[in-house]
Design a binder for this molecule. Sequence first.
Ligand code: AMP
Ligand code: ZN
Length: 120
Amino acid sequence: MAPDPAPHEDCLFCRIVSGDVPADVVHETPTTVAFRDIEPQAPTHVLVIPRHHQPDAAALAAAEPTVLVDLVAAAASVAAAEGLGDGYRLVLNTGPAAHQTVFHAHLHVLGGRSMGWPPG
Ligand code: AMP
Ligand code: ZN
């Protein structure tokens, strides 16, 4: 089995996992942490991240596929707790052209308003 990936000292989300940087944490599991986005784009905007550092969702899928499933399950728990029974959007921005700005994999959970399509 591959060793656990080490936290990256210069990674903002690794520092949220370790507690060095405060965040409004709304849900935790052994493999994931979920916290409110600091710049919400919807009434509910939560980020679900793996505790282990992986640079993006594709790397996470390759290295720890079950944790990608854990992210989606955690997102569903967050959506239920937030009363998003009518639906919610899950977003995995992957790469700079897709507006990924933090290179620690994270799943956006957005809801509480109607979501346009296609996204901008
Ligand atoms: P992305 O553009 O997909 O990489 O998403 C990164 C998200 O992280 C953005 O929506 C930011 O608003 C959010 N963000 C950045 N810093 C923080 C922070 N300290 N706490 C919570 N969310 C953050
Ligand atoms: Zn990280």
